[in-house]
Design a protein around this ligand. Structure first.
Ligand code: GRF
Length: 192
């Protein structure tokens, strides 16, 4: 069962998934492996980590395409070369077309740094602070055509602490994401 992970930047969630797959021996337990990491940005930091781990790393630069449809078609071509059982969005910052989402229906996951359905979209931590939330968190969900909606697979909660900024809250949430995402994937793999 091949897993393809899509990133746009740091890729710390991707790295957490790769490490969990190694440490928990997903190959032995689920017949699963991270087969490839694909980024829409050539300078995404996570690409170097993937290559160091011996994982195929590819770039599909969205700026080279005239429409979302053309970008998504090339992205799907690169992904499908790895025959994925699961496609994992991990800090992938492009909105996907309904056609792309339908192609991977039931095997396309995303992690979003809020307690959905609160705060879909960008700037989640700033918005949670502005709203006076006492708790924040992160959500792993199935991807559907509507951005940051789709069935929730799991969530983790963190407290909002006095003096928090968007940055300190983001860091607290990110630590939980690194635990939550691999766990949610490991739970899903036997059913794929
Ligand atoms: C994470 O907080 C994720 O929820 C959000 O973007 C961040 C990505 O971080 N979509 P990284 O690239 O995995 O380090």
């Amino acid at each position: 069962k091949n897993i393809v992970i899509l990133i746009s930047g740091t890729g710390s969630n991707m790295a957490a998934i790769v490490r969990a797959a190694q440490q928990e021996d997903w190959r032995q337990r689920f017949g699963a492996r991270v087969a490839a990491v694909v980024s829409n940005k050539a300078d995404a930091k996570g690409l170097a980590f993937a290559r160091e781990q011996g994982i195929a790393a590819a770039v599909v630069d969205h700026q080279r395409f005239e429409s979302r449809e053309l970008f998504d078609a090339e992205l799907a071509r690169v992904i499908d070369a790895h025959r994925p059982a699961l496609v994992v969005l991990a800090g992938f910052m492009r909105i996907l077309t309904p056609g792309f989402v339908a192609r991977y229906a039931g095997r396309l996951l995303n992690i979003h740094p809020s307690l959905l359905p609160a705060f879909p979209g960008l700037h989640t931590h700033r918005r949670a602070l502005e709203a006076g939330c006492r708790f924040a968190g992160t959500t792993v969900h199935q991807v559907t055509a509507e951005l940051d909606h789709g069935p929730i697979l799991d969530q983790a909660v963190v407290p909002v602490l006095p003096g928090d900024t968007a940055e300190t809250l983001a860091a607290r949430v990110l630590t939980q994401e690194h635990l939550l995402y691999p766990r949610a994937i490991a739970r899903l793999l036997p059913r794929l």
